[in-house]
Design a protein around this ligand. Structure first.
Ligand code: HEM
Ligand code: NAG
Ligand code: NAG
Ligand code: NAG
Length: 531
């Protein structure tokens, strides 16, 4: 899909026989080009050391490298700055990205809630997701007495926040620990109890003999988690409107980075169709009278009510819900996949964690609070899986000039905090930084709170779903282990297939998935207790 920019007609000598005028033009251009590079990447950094060093580029910026493999580009930047983890900059079309990777700079960036407020970034995101200009204007408008959207003592909006801040407020109330989070978690787990049944497994892979089935671990994680999340937000209703809603969400998610990074819409992007299907379903859902949406979550009901008051168009209403729907879905199945893969590849680890999770079952019922409070080994694997596979790139627009780590960040530029580079900082994690170590977070409990461990971001947008996420992932694993005996399916010659490889070919938005080819197959038997 990407043009090969390595071809260089000057260097590659395709134009060997040139008329003299042309060749002197070429000579002048080349000299100008090298002077420009000398200035930009050598003299300027030397004259102004307080500006972030720019990673050199040829023509015209780092776009291709960034969309192709952002991880490698960022690693190149770390190498270029002698892995000092000082802030460096890369150039995207029309925008400079300052890359922040040292623990103290990361902490400072998340603390800076003035110059690096989320609001600057949010407008970009909203536009990318489908907000028009008028919807953005209305979205940021703070209700004042006499306004079209001002309702005295508004029960949905007691603090009279603008619609965008109200929406953030609503989902924080829904997701942070408390009764509303518990209610959401319960619907989620009920859906898993329903879907993770022996008879349903065939849809995740090919059947084996009568008592054994061989299934794809990734398919199982994808369909079960997205299905349960959808039900935890919309009850049965969205499934009723479009029975393929889970498939559409997966299709959207597989290419959602194109929406986030506003990938130019050249080729009828693969993300366009599933997005449209979800938006259509959401529009129909929103337009149902409230009495016909009895199973929806508290937050969905309130956000739809708030949208009515502020009067944004239907497309914008559906896009807000899509953003939250996406945030709730995007990471859960990838992290479940990695945790289960580590367990399946290490039988002792698998058994020790099965012991822990089984202790949370009492007379056939799973006690989710007990599960989350009493599984130190599972917790250590969960954190290590988040560390190694967490590729979230938190980005912010610099709203006013600010200084971090001695470097001046200019208004209008952006910052990027790439969790992969924080999670593989050898100064923090030591020699075995690239290896999976099931005991790392068990031996040193403080690592889970280290500034260089940021799977859930930080600052004002610190993932509000982080506690719920843990309950959902642990619950999924506990149900699987309880219902089934599971073992890694061996290759035909009886050997263990190689461990799945991270797919880092597109910019990551959160927990990265595996390469599709390296599927993990699992042999499954119905567990004795269940027969
Ligand atoms: C392992 C699972 C998860 C991971 C790794 C994760 C990661 C993140 C990260 C890195 C951010 C910050 C984005 C930024 O600052 O730009 C974020 C924000 C968010 N997450 Fe999660 N998340 C997870 C699960 C969930 C779940 C289960 C939900 C909801 C049910 C959720 C809802 C949200 C929301 C609504 C935001 C936006 C917060 C805001 O704008 O203030 N997340 N998440
Ligand atoms: C960075 O440097 C290391 C060590 O010299 C090297 O192994 C690695 O390939 C380099 N990475 C990139 C992207 O240039
Ligand atoms: C999960 O993995 C899939 C497949 O690699 C990827 O398309 C998707 O974007 C990943 N989710 C996140 C949040 O990065
Ligand atoms: C990696 O993920 C992207 C985005 O989901 C996907 O389009 C691509 O096919 C994946 N590559 C492989 C080899 O799995």
């Amino acid at each position: 899909m990407f043009p090969d920019l390595k071809f260089n007609p000057f260097r590659d000598g395709q134009y060997g026989i040139l008329i003299p005028q042309l060749s002197s033009l070429v000579a002048i251009t080349l000299v100008a080009y090298y002077l420009w590079r000398l200035w930009k990447f050598t003299l300027r950094p030397w004259l102004w050391p307080q500006c972030p060093i720019e990673l050199p580029y040829r023509i015209p910026c780092h776009t291709i490298a960034f969309f192709g493999n952002s991880d490698q580009l960022l690693e190149r930047g770390l190498n270029y700055t002698a892995r000092s983890h000082e802030i460096f900059a890369i150039q995207l079309p029309g925008k400079k990205l300052n890359i922040i990777t040292s623990p103290s700079d990361v902490a400072a960036a998340f603390r800076d809630t003035v110059a690096l407020r989320f609001d600057g970034h949010l407008n970009e995101l909203l536009e990318n997701f489908g907000f028009g200009r008028e919807a953005i204007r209305r979205g940021w408008h703070k209700p004042m007495p006499g306004d079209w959207c001002y309702i005295p003592n508004n029960p949905v909006n007691p603090k009279q926040l603008n619609f965008i801040h109200l929406t953030e407020d609503i989902y924080k109330k829904q997701l942070l620990p408390g009764g509303k989070m518990d209610a959401m978690c319960k619907t989620f787990l009920d859906a898993l109890h329903e879907s993770i049944q022996w008879d349903n497994l065939d849809s995740y892979g090919h059947a084996g003999d009568k008592n054994r089935k061989t299934i794809s671990l990734y398919s199982l994680c994808r369909f079960a988690m997205v299905d349960a999340t959808t039900r935890s937000m919309f009850g049965q209703h969205l499934h009723d409107i479009d029975s393929d809603i889970v498939k559409h969400m997966l299709g959207f998610n597989d290419n959602a980075w194109m929406v986030f990074f506003r990938y130019p819409d050249f080729f009828g992007l693969p993300v366009t169709k599933p997005r449209q299907k979800i938006i259509n379903a959401l529009k129909r859902f929103i337009q149902l009278p409230e009495s016909q949406r009895p199973q929806q979550a508290w937050s969905i009901k309130n956000i739809i009510a708030a949208q009515e008051v502020v009067g944004i168009d239907l497309e914008a209403r559906a896009s807000v819900i899509l953003m939250i729907f996406w945030a709730a879905n995007s990471n859960e199945y990838n992290i479940s996949f990695w945790v289960l893969a580590y367990l399946l590849y290490d039988n002792d680890l698998f058994m020790s964690i099965k012991c822990e999770t089984e202790a949370a079952w009492h007379s056939g019922k799973l006690d989710i609070k007990h599960l989350c409070a009493n599984c130190p080994n599972l917790e250590a694997v969960f954190y290590e899986a988040l560390r190694l596979n967490g590729g979230a790139m938190v980005s912010r627009v610099v709203l006013e000039q600010t200084t971090i780590g001695g470097k001046i960040l200019k208004a209008g530029d952006s910052i990027l905090i790439p969790s992969r580079q924080l999670h593989t900082n050898e100064r923090v994690w030591g020699e075995d930084v690239r290896e999976f170590n099931a005991k790392r977070f068990l031996k040193n409990k403080a690592l889970a709170r280290h500034s260089s461990f940021r799977p859930f971001g930080g600052g004002l947008t610190y993932c509000p779903g982080r506690v719920l996420a843990k309950e959902e992932v642990y619950g999924f694993i506990a149900i699987l282990m309880h219902r089934f005996d599971m073992r890694l399916a061996l290759a035909e010659d009886g050997s263990k297939p190689p461990f799945p490889v991270l797919n880092d070919s597109v910019p990551a938005l959160g927990i990265t998935g595996p390469l599709i080819g390296a599927n993990v197959l699992v042999d499954v038997w119905e567990s004795n207790g269940q027969r």
